[in-house]
Design a protein around this ligand. Structure first.
Ligand code: ADP
Ligand code: MG
Ligand code: MG
Length: 234
């Protein structure tokens, strides 16, 4: 179980997150839903260890991991797809997916996962993960790599951004696959349709949690309130 306990985050005297409490149970999927600037990516970076909270803790199975680095957290099974996918000059898609051969996976599984994210093996396996791939294609490669990695926790920061209109369907297929591996998914989005595809949701606005529960319930509330979010100020 991964938790945020009373997490606060301030930068230059500005409070960006306030008393954030979140619980991510094994094998479940969660969305963090909220408008731009709500603090979603900040929460993701704190979960991943890229940022330290100003106060509060990150707990993994009850153990305080607030001080652990990104690499140390990755070793414990926490992984993340960043909002802006990286480029790797000179590395082929196939090499990237197998971590340069470190990950022992069969060609069939690579093929299957590439097809699943909409990248036909024959056309993409030997391409380079550099600027010759579009942002959307790099995003798909990154998602494929996480599917092959089968981490215990995966944080997806707006996986739908930069993808086309088939993104909803793609996200659904990816969630299904992670569910089968027992991976806990933490999916960040500002699209209510995407949030509906997870089991539970947190609605974040102005750095606070304004609602949590079953995704349907939270999305209903979001639809009613968010477009004039009274929590955004102060
Ligand atoms: P979201 O991902 O929900 O769009 P963020 O977590 O990226 O929101 O940002 C939350 C708030 O923190 C925003 O008001 C943003 O402007 C501010 N913020 C984020 N990163 C920085 C930074 N490096 N310096 C100053 N303000 C930042
Ligand atoms: Mg954003
Ligand atoms: Mg963001």
């Amino acid at each position: 179980m991964l938790c945020l306990r009373n997490v606060e985050y301030s930068q230059n005297g500005r409070r960006i997150l306030r008393s954030i409490n979140m619980t991510f149970r094994d094998g479940m999927s969660y969305s963090i839903l909220g408008p731009n600037g709500a603090g979603k990516s900040t929460i993701a970076r704190i979960l991943m260890g890229e940022l330290r909270p100003t106060s509060g803790q990150v707990l993994l199975d009850g153990e305080d991991v607030t001080g652990l680095s990104v690499t140390e957290r990755a070793k414990r099974g926490i992984s993340m797809a960043w909002q802006e996918p990286a480029r790797y000059e000179g590395i082929t898609v196939r090499n990237y997916l197998t971590l340069g051969g470190k990950l022992k996976i069969g060609e069939d599984e690579i093929r299957e996962v590439l097809e699943l994210v909409g990248l036909p093996y024959e056309r993409y396996a030997h391409r380079f993960v550099d600027k010759s791939l579009s942002g959307g294609e790099r995003k798909r490669v990154e998602l494929a790599s996480l599917l092959l990695l089968k981490p215990r926790y995966v944080i997806l920061d707006e996986p739908d951004s930069g993808l086309d209109i088939t993104a909803g369907k793609l996200i659904e297929v990816i969630l299904d696959r992670f569910r089968k591996c027992g991976t806990t998914v933490i999916l960040i989005t500002h699209h209510e349709g995407i949030a509906l595809k997870t089991d539970f949701a947190y609605f974040v606005c102005g750095g606070r949690i304004v609602r949590k529960g079953f995704s349907q319930e939270v999305v209903d509330y979001y639809r009613k309130t968010c477009r004039r979010c009274s929590f955004a100020e102060g």
